[in-house]
Design a protein around this ligand. Structure first.
Ligand code: NAD
Ligand code: MN
Length: 375
């Protein structure tokens, strides 16, 4: 984005609370674009179960083409029990709309930041002394590993047993490119990378460890690198989270560890993500990126108006940072969220009684106040 033309954003709310939190993100997006004097055009479409119900596809080729033509894609969340039993034959991309979108956009670099918020220490299961200042960035390999490996399938054997399997597979270039993303990210943070794997028992883990080590040694000698086994790393993240800066790990482990970091932030509902087709710089020359909260579709609270929209709102902040090269706007959004939390306005997952709409309004008010203070 060069800032002079209209930015096109495709919004795919998805299922259950997905459209609720995406709508909150869109409100913040519109307001911030107005304050920043940016022209934006927003288009919405279907993804996940909502798309299945209309098109019998979890992500139509038309939606994928719209995403490919956009500057950024804002996703809510997809899935729910209504669609769990549907089995689509063919590649895994046909079974999961979000995965089709991720593959179609080539967004192999999923950045999932999590930080502790002073005013939320008391709602976390941690003592303040353990988490005060904790600030981690999970760099998740987002396009390979067991989520994609072939062969995969479920079959009934002659003796009646059911056998389910999927192949976990990584190739050197896949690990090299995500390692570079992690080292690049660490270079603009505190300069430390922890690489998580199961090199003690998994072939892919050994390749992972050797490759990350080599890229670190040859290309990023100034970044401090440590290798941890995935099981111990989860323990260490709970016991001494402040020792972590950037975490890099494979698709499955990254999915797991990023939900865990939600406990540091106070709720799964607080976590944003950006899935980029390259390292964390302005990516528009390469292609559009996906911005979405890390949480799922939370069917248990859908329709009640109490979903925490902060993960979605902070995903919009990441959109300004990575897709529009406006880290000033990203910082303003994060400050507005912090002010809102400090003022005690919270959804139930972080210990309050406020609605999605009330939080969104409070963040908008804080953004307007901040803009006036700057004048
Ligand atoms: P989930 O993240 O949807 O919910 C786990 C718990 O966290 C629930 O109690 C939920 O109410 C709560 N929660 C999540 N987001 C919240 C928010 N913004 N505000 C307040 N509370 C929130 O995970 P799940 O229950 O394991 O999965 C539900 C569905 O979501 C499944 O169909 C799953 O496949 C899907 N899913 C989708 C994505 C995605 O779209 N990226 C990610 C994970 C799971
Ligand atoms: Mn997940």
């Amino acid at each position: 984005m060069d800032g002079t033309r209209t930015a096109r954003i495709l919004v795919l709310g998805g299922d259950h609370i997905g459209p609720e939190v995406a709508a909150a993100g869109v409100e913040i997006l519109r307001l911030c674009a107005e304050i920043a004097g940016m022209d934006i055009a927003i288009e919405t479409d279907l993804l996940g179960g909502a798309s299945w119900d209309v098109h019998h596809s979890f992500c139509t080729d038309d939606v994928l083409a719209k995403a490919q033509a956009a500057d950024a894609v804002l996703v809510g969340s997809v899935g729910g029990p209504e669609w769990d039993e549907i089995v689509v034959t063919g590649p895994v991309t046909e079974q999961d709309g979000l995965i089709k979108l991720r593959v179609g956009l080539g967004v192999y670099n999923a950045l999932r930041p999590a930080r502790s918020w002073k005013s939320l220490h008391a709602v976390t299961p941690f003592r303040a002394s353990v988490i005060d200042g904790a600030d981690v960035l999970v760099v998740r390999e987002n396009a390979g590993g067991s989520y994609f490996g072939e062969p995969r399938g479920t079959e009934t054997l002659a003796d009646g047993q059911v056998r389910a399997f999927e192949m976990s597979e990584y190739r050197t270039p896949e690990v090299e490119r995500i390692a570079r993303c992690a080292f690049e990210a660490a270079g603009s943070r505190r300069g430390r990378v922890a690489s998580l794997d199961k090199a003690n028992v998994m072939e892919t883990g050994r390749l992972w460890r050797d490759t990350v080590a080599r890229i670190g040694r040859e290309e990023y000698p100034d970044i401090e690198l440590e290798h941890l086994y995935m099981d111990y790393a989860l323990y260490a993240l709970c016991v001494k989270p402040k020792e972590f800066d950037v975490i890099v790990t494979d698709n499955l482990f990254g999915d797991l560890v990023s939900d865990m970091t939600g406990a540091l932030a106070g709720s799964l509902g607080m976590l944003p993500s950006a899935s980029l087709p390259g390292p964390g710089r302005v990516e528009v020359a390469i292609g559009p990126a996906i911005f979405e909260p890390a949480h799922g579709s939370a069917p248990d609270i859908a329709g009640t108006g109490i979903a925490n929209p902060i993960g979605s709102i902070l995903s919009v902040a990441m959109m300004f940072q990575y897709a529009f090269a406006r880290s000033d706007v990203a910082t303003a959004i994060e400050s507005a969220v912090e002010r809102t939390l400090d003022s005690g306005i919270r959804t139930p997952d972080i210990g309050g009684t406020a609605t999605t709409a009330a939080i969104t309004d409070a963040v908008k008010t804080a953004l307007l106040n901040q803009a006036n203070e700057r004048k």
